[in-house]
Write a protein that binds this ligand. Structure first.
Ligand code: GLN
Length: 454
């Protein structure tokens, strides 16, 4: 049924870069055969899922939305892919994304933009717009995204779906094509909080293949979602981040956010205002740290190891082939970040830019520590505006970067955060997201609060 739905609508939505019809049918039949034989089935046996195209899949193309990886077929599965398969999940295909996950609109994809199912002339968020659009258009009930600065939560917000960035280290990064290794985190996307929790519980857990993977029990997010739904959140302390309001926030987004806070109060939560003074500096710090790490991570695309190779006709040196391939294979945003990062890391500038940004990162983490000493969770709008029109911000990187104003602090500090729908903005009828933020390894609190308010 989901493959039929993809066939019927994806020409318009363009959520998928690759649909693995054969592989999906094979996996579904394998589940049927197991069931018929009376064998034990995995927790998500037979449930279809869409996978962001930076998660490696053995035998299935993985492009990261870039020309430089066109034609690359990974020889192995990421830990996330393997865990999904072990749980019986049927992977439908790979979803569109901003090139190497750099963007907030899916427009930097080398394979063309994805439409927002609510209005196809608008962006589905980014970088994981293919994943959010696939679930919002009922092409898949579940999807996996990755969130370096907001790429799970912002797409969830603008498509009226649920997305979670788990605690950094909760989900293995092994087999995820790296953008910014100290920020990247894979996480679950679905149309409601309980489905998101079920997917979370399958992908999270310690992995010796990732040195930053946390070796501790995964909080019971499924029980927390059920608890939120059935018992609510009486007695929980909720902090409203003071810095996330005012100039640049759409009136309807602020209105729905304020109403959501009243709903939380009505459910018995104690609501207080919290100031996190250093959050104002999160965006500039992120745009030094993320490009710095990306300039190093993307050095591996040298025309020798993967995908595209340009100028390999005997008339060019190996160095020239690398340069020609990177020139042709990377898009403008990726090049901008590589240049910015290389500059920020160069000797003489390192202390002034990268070093300074790392200090700001510590101050932001301390803001969170102080806040979580007073409250159980923090809340804010997920993103300042609803889905903007395709093309509106492509020539204005600063305007694009502002979409992640509220999501970036949690990547810098490594804590857990969720976006859950909180109504439609009155002025344009488009979805608004409520962001819920919890301390590291307290991901269960997101699910309790999210399930109570959805
Ligand atoms: N939009 C942010 C960026 O462009 C975040 C991207 C992400 O989370 N992958 O870097």
């Amino acid at each position: 049924a989901h493959l039929d739905r993809i066939g019927a609508v994806d020409e318009k939505v363009h959520a998928f870069l690759h649909v693995d019809t054969e592989g999906a049918l094979r996996a579904a039949r394998a589940v049927d055969a197991k069931r018929a034989a009376g064998e034990k089935l995995g927790p998500l046996a037979g449930v279809p899922l869409a996978l962001k195209d930076l998660i490696t899949t053995e035998g299935v193309p993985t492009t990261c939305g870039s020309k430089i990886l066109e034609g690359w077929i990974p020889p192995y599965d990421a830990t996330v892919t393997k865990r999904l398969k072990d749980a019986g999940v049927v992977v439908l295909g790979k979803t569109n994304m901003d090139e190497f996950a750099m963007g907030s609109s899916t427009e930097t994809s080398a394979y063309g933009p994805t439409g927002n199912p609510w209005d196809l002339t608008r962006i589905p968020g980014g970088s994981g717009g293919g994943s959010s659009a696939s679930i919002a258009s009922y092409q898949a009930p579940l999807a996996i995204g990755t969130d370096t600065g907001g790429s799970i939560r912002q797409p969830a917000s603008v498509t009226g779906t649920v997305g979670v960035k788990p605690t950094y280290g909760a989900v293995s990064r092994y087999g995820l094509v790296a953008f910014s290794s100290s920020l990247d985190q894979a996480g679950p996307c679905a149309r409601n909080v309980l489905d998101t929790a079920l997917l979370h519980s399958v992908i999270a857990g310690h992995d010796p293949m990732d040195s930053t993977s946390i070796d501790a029990p995964v909080p019971d997010v499924v029980a927390a979602a059920r608890q939120g739904r059935e018992q609510g959140i009486a007695g929980m302390r909720v902090g409203v981040v003071k810095e996330f309001a005012g100039e640049g926030y759409q009136a309807g987004v602020e209105q729905r956010f304020r109403e959501a806070v009243e709903v939380l109060r009505g459910l018995g939560a104690e609501v207080v205002e919290i100031s996190c003074p250093h959050f104002t500096y999160a965006l500039p710090a992120y745009y030094l740290i993320a490009p710095s790490e990306c300039s190093s991570n993307l050095a591996r695309f040298d025309a020798m190891r993967y995908g595209l190779r340009v100028g390999d006709d005997g008339s060019h040196s190996a160095e020239e082939v690398t340069a020609l391939t990177r020139e042709a294979g990377f898009g403008d945003e990726v090049k901008r970040r590589i240049m910015l990062g290389t500059y920020a890391l160069s000797s003489g500038y390192y202390d002034a830019y990268y070093g300074q940004a790392q200090k700001v990162r510590t101050l932001i983490t301390r803001d969170f520590d102080a806040a979580f000493a007073a409250v159980d969770v923090l809340v804010s709008p997920t993103t300042p505006t609803t889905a903007f029109p395709i093309g509106e911000r492509v020539d204005d990187p600063m305007a694009m970067y502002l979409a992640d104003l509220c999501t970036i602090p949690s990547n810098l500090a490594g804590n857990a955060a969720m976006s859950v729908p909180c109504g439609l903005a009155p002025e344009d009828g488009l979805p608004v997201g409520l962001q819920i933020i919890a301390p590291p390894m307290a991901d269960d609190r997101l699910y309790r609060v999210g399930a109570a308010v959805e």
